[in-house]
Design a protein. Structure first.
Length: 339
């Protein structure tokens, strides 16, 4: 009997140590300690043992059971740890893989330049006024000294809804609204979309302008030049020079065209400035007395200056963009460059 017990014990310990995982270990447990397991079978043999030997027999078999159980528990601890490590390995995150970043959008280059222009002027004490894009002929033309049949209307091919309502062709329309609404001193900046029936590499049917208007006592062309000088240095760099050339706009008298020294050749003459050393950036002038009068401002007491620039034009010069249409095709490869 002793030999049988030793045999079972040796076999059980061998099986336990061969078990490769918890599942196999559990099968081994059933094989020896289960309902029909070898140890349980031994116990069942009790009935064939003489009565007086039974207590001793019971103790021996029980000791065997405890020993096998201890072996089993020890092996279980080892296998559990092995499985835990295997899971770690399987579920490990490779931190060397490149991450998936969330792409964040960015401001459109026109918005960027618009904000830059606004910031430059806010620093010079201007307030913002935004007029309507669907505008009346009255504000867009008539009150700006551009009556019907005036040749200046041909300069701006207009989208009309009816003879009185149109898409504004210039942010100058906002000047009239401001002057009718406010008494001087006036110092406003008016950015926004404008529309003209025009479409090529340097014209878009919708584009952006930035208008400026200052009305107060004793305003002269010198104030205009000083302000624009300052502004140009902020936007194009402090070595940039400004030049005023005589021009014509019905709502300003005198009118000027404002040029900046070419950032590419610094005045020597190149392709960008068409050999002149200068680049035109905006129209401006002293507000025409007729416009002031029309808005109920006494031109004997007050005077003003105004200017208007194309935001796309400034962006094109600043970033050397070859075609205005790039701004509106919204190709992400183009837009991404302005982050
Ligand atoms: N409104 C003009 C245009 O669209 C630009 C302009 C010129 C605005 C002279 C002004 C100005 O305020 O004084 O071409």
């Amino acid at each position: 009997m002793q030999e049988k017990i030793s045999n079972i014990k040796a076999l059980a310990i061998n099986d336990i140590n061969l078990a490769k995982d918890l599942k196999e270990l559990f099968d081994v447990k059933v094989k020896y300690l289960g309902k029909n397991g070898s140890v349980t079978e031994l116990m069942k043999g009790m009935k064939d043992i003489p009565k007086e030997d039974r207590p001793q027999f019971g103790k021996i078999v029980n000791d065997l059971r405890v020993e096998i159980e201890n072996e089993f528990n020890a092996r279980e601890v080892v296998l559990k740890e092995e499985e835990r490590l295997k899971t770690f390995e399987k579920e490990a995150i490779d931190i060397t893989l490149p991450g998936k970043s969330n792409e964040i959008g960015s401001l459109h280059p026109i918005t960027l330049v618009k904000n830059e222009l606004i910031n430059a002027f806010l620093g010079l004490g201007f307030e913002i006024f935004e007029g309507p894009e669907i505008e009346e002929d009255y504000y867009n033309f008539k009150m700006l000294n551009i009556p019907e049949d005036h040749p200046a209307r041909d300069m701006q091919d207009t989208f009309y809804f009816n003879p009185n309502i149109l898409l504004r062709t210039q942010t100058s329309a906002g000047q009239v609204r401001v002057m009718l609404d406010k008494k001087p001193p006036i110092k406003v900046l008016s950015p926004g979309k404008v529309y003209r029936s025009d479409d090529d590499a340097s014209h878009s049917p919708m584009f952006h302008q930035m208008e400026g208007l200052v009305v107060d006592k004793g305003i002269t062309l010198c104030d205009l030049k000083g302000t624009l000088d300052e502004f140009v240095k902020i936007i194009f760099g402090k070595d940039t020079k400004t030049r005023l050339r005589p021009s014509y706009f019905p709502f300003t008298e005198p009118s000027v065209e404002v040029d900046v020294s070419c950032s590419e050749c610094h005045g020597k003459g190149c392709k960008l400035c068409k050999g002149t050393g200068w680049i035109e950036i905006l129209g401006a002038g002293i507000v025409n007395k007729k416009v002031l009068e029309g808005c109920g401002i006494d031109p004997e007491v007050y005077s003003g200056y105004a200017f208007g620039m194309g935001i796309e034009r400034i962006a094109i010069l600043k970033y050397k963009i070859p075609d205005i249409r790039l701004f509106f095709e919204n190709d992400v490869r183009f837009l991404k460059q302005f982050k």
